[in-house]
Design a protein around this ligand. Structure first.
Ligand code: ADP
Length: 163
């Protein structure tokens, strides 16, 4: 069985993330969307539990997608599965620099671990969780940026969230 892991912070999940998950689910038998507890990131908008719940709801329509969270190194987490492949989205050349470095680090820890990249869909190349947080904080309408069923709660959370 082919297994893909789509890792990220998903704070919150955007339509750009969902586009990558959907395309990955067509290529692999099983997809694990992994919400990573990122020690470096401060002041998240949503807790890990909230993010897991939101990603689960957004991915319900894809039967071969499951959601998990982890606070250990990604390359260590991947050892739980037989030959998993990390699948990540590439938005711009700037993403490439960072991803190339991450791949080298992951291979240092887990030499068998491969990463594949899907280029971002044109309409989502500008979209990131930080763009969504920023727009939500200013009370902007998030239609077309986040899954429709999560829009209201993200807009609501933004009212009390301060960066
Ligand atoms: P963000 O950069 O939005 O904070 P994450 O750290 O959660 O996102 O990223 C998780 C993965 O999703 C990464 O591989 C990232 O490149 C990818 N990704 C994020 N936004 C997009 C997008 N708009 N299009 C394609 N891939 C994306």
């Amino acid at each position: 069985m082919s297994i893909a892991i789509c890792p990220g912070s998903f704070d919150p999940i955007t339509l750009g993330h969902l586009n990558i998950v959907r395309r990955t689910s067509r290529i692999f038998d099983q997809v694990i969307v992994l919400i990573a507890v990122n020690a470096g990131k401060t002041k998240p908008m949503f807790t890990i539990e909230e993010r897991v719940d939101m990603v689960r709801r957004a991915c319900e329509r894809y039967p071969n997608v499951i959601v998990d969270s982890s606070d250990i190194l990604l390359a260590e987490y991947a050892k739980r599965y037989e030959n998993p492949v990390l699948v990540k989205g590439l938005r711009a050349a700037s993403d490439f620099e960072y991803e190339f470095q991450m791949d080298l680090v992951n291979k240092h820890i887990n030499p068998k671990l491969e990463t594949m990249y899907l280029t971002a869909s044109g309409k989502y190349t500008f979209l990131s969780s930080s763009v969504v947080r920023e727009m939500a904080a200013y009370g902007a309408d998030l239609t077309g940026l986040v899954p429709i069923e999560l829009k209201a709660e993200i807009e609501e959370k933004a009212k009390t969230w301060r960066k």
